[in-house]
Unconditional design. Structure first.
Length: 162
């Protein structure tokens, strides 16, 4: 299952890379990125660490190129940033949400995910081993996580709205 996930990540990042290469300003971006020095990168890292922004235009071009590639990779920070921008755009287009609810059940630690995956854990004293096994079983069975998420969210919404 991990192999499949790696293949999906590689394909998604290759899609982002192909989008970057097909842009009309790719040659300029390539020249700017190849001209970056170690000193510029360390100065930008310090600036970003302390102030969350940088004034170097070459670093801005590099960050935009990284965002283009990484925004397609599932569960990456860049994809989450992209989703936040889309939500903000929806707010601008349609106005703010009248009702906002965030439900985030902990699927990696919940024994129900393992049960939905069809695995039975022994009830022994090895809690750390069981926790690691639950996490691995959850990561290897995304369908069980989806069913778990659906059941939990449906249950919470039914309890709240009825």
């Amino acid at each position: 299952m991990y192999l499949l996930y790696d293949v999906i990540q590689r394909r998604k990042s290759a899609l982002g890379n192909s989008l970057l290469v097909k842009r009309s300003d790719y040659r300029t971006v390539q020249d700017v990125i190849s001209s970056l020095t170690y000193k510029q990168l360390t100065a930008a890292a310090e600036s970003l660490r302390s102030t969350q922004n940088t004034s170097d235009p070459a670093i801005a071009i590099l960050r935009r190129a990284i965002q283009t590639v990484a925004a397609r990779v599932p569960n990456s920070f860049a994809q989450k940033q992209d989703m936040r921008l889309r939500i903000r755009a929806l707010f601008i287009e349609h106005g703010p949400a009248a009702f906002w609810l965030t439900i985030n059940p902990s699927d990696l630690r919940d024994p129900l995910v393992v049960k939905l995956a069809g695995i039975t854990l022994p009830k022994n004293k090895f809690e750390r081993v069981n926790a690691a096994f639950r996490k691995k079983a959850a990561n290897m069975n995304p369908a069980a996580i989806a069913v778990f998420f659906h059941k939990v969210c449906t249950g919470i919404l039914e309890a709240l709205l009825k």
